[in-house]
Design a protein around this ligand. Structure first.
Ligand SMILES: *Cc1c(COP(=O)(O)O)cnc(C)c1O
Length: 429
């Protein structure tokens, strides 16, 4: 007789799955989730978790939103996918029209791909080929220290060097890393850039917040000054709004804090409200026109199987509709205000360093007198303690942060704040 050993989802997972950014040997607490609703995720035991990191910064309106689900379902029964070379469809066209209306006025064309990294790859290829199509080869690319633009090779190249990129370092292309701008260093940045202007293909940056580096924030005014200089020098600018887009910073886009306009913009994460994978690269007319030619060689030879997938497009249309609603805009304001109140309490705490906030993003450094390995240790402990209490807060090193979906209520936010303070007290040095 066969003995059938019933094994649970966790064990089956371990047998077949390899998880992202996870050392599988020491990953002891991978949680099997069966359902998501609004702010909450539910595991196989029925335990609920507040998803205050929006499932890696993607969820905007809460999990399993009925309106987005309905729109995807209807589209699924009408047209689920069609090749986007030689064909088009209503959802993609409508989405491009709607998106361009919200972006800086110089944004003129929309190129679709699958995720944030591919949106960045497309942007980089546009800039390099922009020069090439005009008979120039520009070898240098500018990016900020501590940048994060994704995990594919091009995106890794323009990301700050870390132990994430270490094994691949010799295969990454040349990038000049500069400091993020502040009131003091603008002149020295200008001098540095001035030295190589003619060789620079583009400058890529995360506006206002460097997310993966630990929610590092810098001023719109300083970025704007740097952008003005790049514009004068004729350096193309790629604004990576993969994280900051769709309301996270309190405005629809970080671009709305700036008067200067980038040449190219990248979006993903919140684009579909966190329901379907999709990336978007938008560009100015000037970029587009450098590819517009009778010469076949000037074509942008790039495309993915699922370019402008209709299901992802309607998910984005539905999510943007929800985002623009008065109620959602009020929620974003409310979360921002509540965050800034809490920031005052936080800054009094002896364990807290460098508390910071922009819009719905709140972050601080957990202070310890110990070295970095201790940080990792404490990070894991903090993560587990929050999980225990039914809150998903995944620290970045020693940085704790909140990026909640906009459906979180003020009562729920207060519960999260209260837990943060309790846990900080518990881990006092
Ligand atoms: C997450 C992120 C990316 C990469 O997006 P993926 O969808 O994970 O490939 C790129 N840029 C920024 C600013 C990001 O935060």
């Amino acid at each position: 007789m066969n003995t059938i050993t019933p094994i649970n989802l966790q064990e089956r997972d371990k047998a077949v799955n390899w998880h992202p950014y996870t050392q599988m040997k020491t990953a002891d607490n991978i949680i099997p989730i069966v359902k998501g609703k609004g702010l909450y995720l539910y595991d196989t035991e029925g335990k609920q978790y507040m998803d205050v990191v929006s499932s890696w910064w993607v969820t905007l309106h809460g999990h399993s939103h009925p309106y987005i689900a309905q729109r995807i379902f209807e589209q699924l029964n009408t047209l689920e996918q069609v090749i986007f070379a030689g064909f088009t469809h209503e959802p993609a066209t409508q989405l491009s029209e709607n998106l361009l209306k919200l972006l800086p006025h110089n944004q003129n064309k929309v190129f679709y791909s699958d995720n944030g990294s591919t949106a960045v790859e497309v942007a980089l290829k546009m800039c390099i080929q922009y020069a090439h199509n005009q008979g120039k080869e520009k070898t240098k690319i500018l990016a900020f220290k501590n940048a994060y633009h994704g995990d594919t090779f091009g995106a890794m190249s323009v990301s700050g060097k870390s132990y994430w990129t270490k094994p691949f370092e010799s295969r990454l292309f040349e990038v000049i890393f500069i400091d993020t701008p502040n009131a003091e260093n603008l002149e020295s940045l200008q001098l540095q850039i001035n030295e190589m202007t003619d060789e620079v293909a583009c400058f890529i940056y995360e506006p206002l917040v460097q997310g993966a580096a630990g929610m590092l924030m810098y001023k719109a005014e300083d970025l704007n000054n740097l952008m003005t200089f790049c514009r004068q020098q004729g350096i193309l600018m790629i604004q990576d709004e993969v994280f900051t887009g769709f309301g996270r910073t309190g405005k629809l886009f970080a671009a709305h804090y700036l008067t200067e306009q980038p040449d190219i913009m990248c979006f993903s994460k919140g684009l579909t409200g966190g329901t379907m994978p999709m990336g978007v690269t938008t560009c100015s007319k000037e970029i587009y026109e450098a590819f517009w030619s009778d010469d076949k060689h000037k074509t942008l030879f790039h495309g993915h199987s699922f370019t402008a997938n209709p299901l992802a497009c309607v998910a984005a249309l539905a999510s943007m509709e929800l985002l623009l609603k008065k109620d959602t805009q009020m929620n974003i304001k409310r979360i921002s205000q509540q965050h800034s109140e809490f920031l005052k309490a936080l800054s009094q705490h002896p364990q807290v360093e460098n508390p910071r906030q922009i819009g719905t993003i709140l972050a601080f450094d957990f202070k310890t007198g110990h070295g970095t390995s201790y940080f990792n240790e404490i990070g894991k402990k903090l993560y587990n303690e929050f999980l225990e209490r039914g809150i998903i807060m995944r620290p970045l090193g020693n940085v704790l942060y909140l990026v909640p979906p906009y459906c979180i209520s003020s009562e729920e936010l207060d519960i999260v704040y209260q837990n943060i303070l309790e846990i900080l007290d518990q881990f006092k040095n």
